[in-house]
Design a protein around this ligand. Structure first.
Ligand SMILES: Cc1ncc(COP(=O)(O)O)c(C=O)c1O
Length: 365
């Protein structure tokens, strides 16, 4: 069969690799004939979905033949209340990834560039190059975003800057002051995307206060996710917060019914489930300490993280440890895609999941 069709790829797509999701439990159970597998690979919430959101599921069945609310009226109202902004400041997406993509499609084209840190969340490169634009990658400082140097890399054609705060897979974060200083240096015509998918997990006093920044900068969009603290990764819902004129242009290219009715209904409840949010934060803080200490005692080098995951390395390649752990029923994530071939990223699980993981690592080292 001729592959002429592949000669017509849009610019930027040729050297992209598909995003590699974590292996699923079912796949690994089948492949290795295991009875019990724990998944600590995709930074999901080990406590599961918000129980209050789950209990609303049965009520939805009478309306499944109807299109979802294309305006996301109720969910946007709940988000606006939670964030203390107006409904006009909100756009909802099929995961916060969709908001990243909408931002790229709105401002990037083959004559433009975007900026992101090296080792930053993989989707920035995918959405930038899918829009035909080039990505300028900025060297990191202690694995974190070196925001002080970002403005030095701005080119005439730079239209978007992506900041992952905290970043995945490094778990590093930037302070309010660092983000503010960068925003002051960036031309008002350049969009700054502040990706706060792990916002709720961060307990640092100097962490960014995104809504304060929004009051000062019209070229800022903040993105947040229901996939992490709320435990709703499978229903795909996230949101963006920005000034109303920016939200309005993003809405022009948004698919009409991008967030399904189940996702809208469950997210509307989850955002108010304070108990689940608090329990998730508490578990994560306690188990982070436990995992960080255990891994360090085993002589492994961990990057300090403010998220719900830790990246670490030792005397192995990430792929070796990944396969070794998988055979023992623990799925983690190699991070070759992030140019971190010696590292493994592990999601912070429940106490028993973490014990299983540490036990398996001890056997392998
Ligand atoms: C830094 C970061 N941003 C955004 C996302 C996307 O999250 P979602 O599309 O599930 O909301 C992720 C997912 O892992 C992430 O790590």
């Amino acid at each position: 069969m001729s592959s002429d069709i592949l000669k017509n790829l849009n610019p930027g797509i040729e050297d992209l690799n598909p995003y590699e999701p974590g292996r699923s439990i079912e796949e690994v159970v089948d492949e290795f004939d295991l009875d019990e597998v724990v998944k600590l690979a995709s930074n999901e919430n080990p406590l599961g979905a918000s129980p209050k959101a789950l209990s609303s599921l049965t009520e939805l069945k009478n309306d499944l033949h109807l299109y979802p609310d294309g305006n996301g009226t109720k969910l946007k109202k709940e988000i606006a209340f939670h964030e203390n902004v107006s409904v006009d400041n909100i756009i909802i997406g099929n995961g916060s990834n969709e908001i990243l993509e909408l931002a790229a499609r709105t401002f990037l084209n083959p004559n433009t560039s975007a900026i992101a840190s090296k080792h930053a969340f993989a989707v920035y490169k995918i959405v930038t190059q899918s829009a035909g634009a080039s990505l300028i990658e900025i060297p990191t400082l202690n694995w974190g975003h070196d925001l002080d140097s970002f403005a030095n890399y701005l080119e005439q054609n730079t239209k978007v800057i992506f900041i992952a705060n905290p970043n995945n897979p490094t778990g590093t974060y930037n302070s309010h002051k660092e983000v503010h200083t960068l925003l002051k240096k960036v031309p008002a015509s350049v969009l700054v995307v502040l990706d706060c998918a792990y916002f709720e997990y961060v307990t640092k006093a100097d962490y960014v206060r995104p809504i304060d920044l929004l009051k000062e900068f019209n070229n800022l969009i903040i993105t947040k996710s229901f996939s992490k603290i709320h435990g709703l990764a499978s229903i795909r819902v996230g949101y963006g917060i920005a000034n109303p004129s920016l939200i309005e242009v993003l809405n022009r290219i948004r698919q009409p019914f991008n967030v399904n009715a189940i996702a809208q209904a469950m997210a509307s409840i989850a955002i108010n489930d304070k108990e689940h949010i608090q329990q998730s934060i508490k578990l994560n803080s306690e188990q982070y300490e436990f995992l960080f200490n255990q891994l360090s005692k085993l002589g492994l080098e961990c990057i300090p993280s403010v998220g719900n995951f830790i990246s670490f390395k030792g005397g192995f390649t990430g792929q070796e440890l990944f396969y070794g752990l998988m055979k023992k029923g623990v799925i983690v994530r190699p991070v070759d895609l992030y140019d971190m071939k010696d590292f493994i990223r592990v999601t912070i699980g429940t106490e028993s999941e973490n014990l299983k993981f540490i036990g398996a690592i001890e056997e392998l080292l």
